[in-house]
Each structure stands twice: as structure tokens, then as C-alpha cells.
Ligand binder design. Structure first.
Ligand code: EPZ
Length: 417
């Protein structure tokens, strides 16, 4: 079984080009279904979730080719509207294909995505919004059978929670709908803006992405386009933490600091120095970290839930005690038992994690429980004395493009067996 091995304690120095954002490429690949022509997407990260999305597109009848970090998709010859169960189970975020398949084909059949390592992942906001837009949905035997007799119709949708996925599905259904769709209390994440930029370059008329009110004027047809995916802000935070925890200096290139304000606040509160330019961030530290005031995960532009495990790993070796409150997902602390095997002193109670910093961590054999929890274990291994072995690394491969090669390039003693 594949595992990552790390000899901890090495300072990290050098430059890292940050990969394209996983949570942007996935909805953009779904959006190519609407275009009916050739789409060329640059800065696409090499991830298992991208592989799964490409297989879904090919299953629908799209032609897809991947060359390095460029994916070319042509959805002209779509001939299927079903996502097989195995692909849905491989990647629950395949639900974001629903709106696009419905808009293009008038029907869609997929299995309910179910929960994941972070707890139950309901899709009630997705389904209730699509129903309001004229889609009829039958949920039985774990399957979703969706049909729309005529063209999807524009509607005003008030989201009770600014769900990222639901906002994306509504945008994908509304781009070629009949009439105007207004999303109130929409998610404001940068990945939503990237999706809107992609669709507008293909002929859509989407206004207000990045704010809590998005207005989509449905158009008859979209066309092929070229697009470059925005950088992954969570991956950027991961490598910043690696530099800060071990002492060293790393320059992150191709980042968008304007999307990372809450993350930069946390790093500066920990006492590390950051030099921010328009497309790069240089972070340096002597490895001495301070505790920080209570951090609560919030929807954007608040502190992102996906960076919680990264921050908690970093705080595990800070001076003093910090508190983190996870407000977005029900059970995002499964990795903490593994983190404690390094000697971290962390107590969790419901949404709250109390992190009592320790002077040093010692190497351990651990296993990943989820994507960002796995990244937290890598960070701990980089600073722990001795050799750490990390198994179940398929979780990490979902969201990090060659994390071993990237960390090796800045001096980490890390390998994958
Ligand atoms: C997206 O998940 C991201 N995934 C997640 O990243 C990220 O953590 C999350 O947004 C929050 O930023 C992708 O973009 C592929 P939500 P999503 O809908 O869309 C509840 C990672 O590690 N909810 O904003 O599923 C839900 O239970 C992943 O990269 C409903 O109740 O997030 C959760 O508590 C993990 N009903 C909260 O909203 C719904 O219909 C946030 O969910 C939908 C969501």
C-alpha cells in the first residue's frame, strides 16, 4: 500500500509554483458540458479528483485530453445523461455535474452522493433550488432521476445557507435557462467567481459573482472557450505552514493574496513574516510560533474550513494554547487522533478544538482520514523528530498535485514508497 515517508526537522528554502484550485477546476469541467464546443483549460492540477471528472465527461460522450496542466474538452457529441454509481462514489462532489447535465440534456440520472469523511453532506439546497427552476426530481433506491420537460426556467432563489456547491449548481442550470435567475445569499468563494468568469468567456451573462447576490441572464447557447484556473489558496496555505513550522523561507509564486486575507492574518498572528506582492507571497520564520486568538471557520471571506487542519497542525508546536471552532462541517476532527500520535496536545469537544502547543513533535506511523487532515499529518511529519510514515495517502492525492515532489524541491526529506 502506498505511503509517504518523512525525515523531520529540515528547514525549507526555495520557491513553489502554486497549483490550480481543485475547487475551481471541478465546477469548470462540469461547465464545459454547457459549451457544446472545444474548451481549453490551463493551470489544471494533476489530481485524482480531476481524473474522476474526466472519466465522468468521457462517460457522457465528451472528448477529453489531458496534456500536462492543460485539459481540452469538447462536449459537442454528448450522448448520455447518467453518472455511474462507481464514479459518484469515488467523488461525492460529482453532484456539481447535475445542473450542467440537466441544462444540456433535459434529464440526469445519478446516485445520491451520500456523506464523506467530513460527516453527512446533504444536497437539499441543490435539489430544492433545481425544483424551483422547473426540474422534477425522483429520489428512490439511492438514485436521483431528474427531468425537465421544457427549458429550465429562470427563478429567484433564496439560499438559507451560502452553499458553495448549491450556488455552483444553480449557476450551471441558469446559464442557458429561459429568463433571469437571481441567487440571494449566494456563496462568495473565489472559486464561484472563477466559474462565472469561465462561463462568461463562453458567452454567458452572469453578474455579481463574488458577492452575495448573483444575477444570471439565461442565453440560448454557449460556445467553446479558453480559460486558466485560479491558484489553490488552501494548497498555498499548506506550503506556507510547512515553511513556518520548520523555520526557513519559501516564496509562493502564482498565488492570489487577495483571496487569502483571512489566511494571511492567521500566519501573521502566529508571528511569521510575510512579504506580499500581487502574485507572490514570501513567508519566513525561525520556527518559533505564537498562539493566536480564537479562530472560527466561516464562509468566505472568513477563515476557510479547509485550512482548519493546516492551522491546527501549525499551532500544535506554537507557544501557548489556541482555540479553533469548526462551524461548517459536523465532523472535521477525525484526523486529530492521528495528529496526537506525534505528541500533539489537542482536545476536541463538538465544534471546538483546544490546541496546547508543545515544544516538539516526535515521528509516528499515521494514516490519513481525509484530504486536509492528511495534509495536516504531512506538516506534522515535516517537523517531527525521526521518520514518519503516512498511509492511506489517496486522500491527499485528491487535492495535492505531487506534494512529495513539491516539498522535496524546497529541501524536505520526503519520499513516496
Ligand atoms: C465545497 O464543498 C468544497 N468542495 C469543500 O472543500 C469546502 O470545504 C466547502 O465548499 C466549504 O467551503 C468543493 O468545492 C468540491 P457547501 P460543498 O455546500 O459545496 C451544508 C475540500 O477539502 N449544506 O458550502 O459541499 C453542508 O452540510 C472540500 O476541498 C447543506 O446543508 O460545501 C455543510 O455543512 C471539503 N445542504 C455546509 O452546508 C446543501 O444542500 C457547507 O457546504 C449543501 C450544503
Amino acid at each position: 500500500m502506498k505511503e509517504i515517508r518523512i525525515q523531520g526537522g529540515k528547514g525549507l528554502f526555495g520557491e513553489i509554483d502554486i497549483q490550480g484550485a481543485k475547487n475551481s477546476i471541478l465546477p469548470v469541467l462540469a461547465a464545459t458540458i454547457l459549451c457544446g464546443g472545444e474548451c481549453v483549460i490551463h493551470n489544471c492540477p494533476n489530481l485524482s479528483d480531476v481524473d474522476t471528472s474526466v472519466r465522468i465527461l468521457r462517460n457522457l460522450g465528451c472528448s477529453c485530453s489531458v496534456e500536462g496542466n492543460t485539459v481540452t474538452v469538447n462536449s459537442r457529441d454528448i450522448n448520455c445523461c447518467e453518472i455511474p454509481d462507481d464514479l459518484m462514489r469515488e467523488m461525492r462532489s460529482s453532484i456539481v455535474f447535475l445542473g450542467a447535465i440537466l441544462a444540456r440534456c433535459g434529464k440526469a440520472v445519478l446516485s445520491s452522493p451520500g456523506g464523506c469523511e467530513l460527516g453527512p453532506r446533504p444536497i437539499d439546497l441543490h435539489l430544492s433550488s433545481l425544483k424551483r427552476m422547473g426540474v422534477s426530481i425522483k429520489e428512490e433506491h439511492g438514485m436521483l432521476s431528474c427531468t425537465c420537460e421544457s427549458r429550465i426556467k429562470g427563478e429567484t432563489i433564496n439560499l438559507c445557507f451560502p452553499s458553495v456547491g448549491a450556488t455552483e449548481n444553480i449557476i450551471l442550470a441558469a446559464a442557458t435557462a429561459d429568463g433571469i435567475t437571481t441567487i440571494n445569499n449566494a456563496a462568495k468563494e473565489p472559486e464561484i467567481s472563477d466559474l462565472a468568469d469561465f462561463l462568461n468567456s463562453a458567452g454567458a451573462r452572469i453578474y455579481g459573482a463574488g458577492s452575495d447576490t448573483i444575477v444570471i441572464h439565461g442565453v440560448e447557447k454557449l460556445h467553446g472557450t479558453n480559460h486558466s484556473i485560479i491558484p489553490d489558496r488552501i494548497v498555498a496555505a499548506t506550503y506556507m505552514a510547512a515553511a513556518v513550522m520548520n523555520g526557513g523561507e519559501i516564496k509562493l509564486k502564482n498565488v492570489m493574496p487577495s483571496n487569502m486575507v483571512s489566511l494571511l492574518w492567521a500566519f501573521n498572528e502566529c508571528g511569521c513574516k510575510t512579504e506580499v506582492n500581487c502574485r507572490s507571497i514570501t513567508v519566513k520564520s525561525n520556527g518559533e510560533l505564537k498562539r493566536i486568538p480564537t479562530v472560527r471557520s466561516l464562509v468566505y471571506p472568513g477563515f476557510p474550513t479547509d485550512a482548519g487542519p493546516i492551522l491546527i497542525s501549525m499551532l500544535s508546536i506554537s507557544k501557548g494554547t489556541s482555540v479553533f471552532v469548526e462551524n461548517i462541517f459536523e465532523s472535521r476532527y477525525k484526523y486529530i487522533d492521528e495528529l496526537k500520535r506525534f505528541g500533539a496536545k489537542i482536545k476536541t469537544e463538538g465544534k471546538v478544538a483546544v490546541i496546547e502547543g508543545v515544544r516538539k513533535l516526535s515521528a509516528a506511523n499515521v494514516r490519513c482520514t481525509d484530504l486536509r487532515g492528511g495534509a495536516a499529518l504531512v506538516l506534522a511529519g515535516l517537523v517531527a523528530e525521526g521518520e514518519t510514515k503516512i498511509s492511506e495517502i489517496h486522500h491527499i492525492e485528491r487535492g495535492y498535485d505531487d506534494i512529495v515532489g513539491t516539498l522535496s524541491s524546497v529541501g524536505a526529506i520526503i519520499s513516496q514508497e
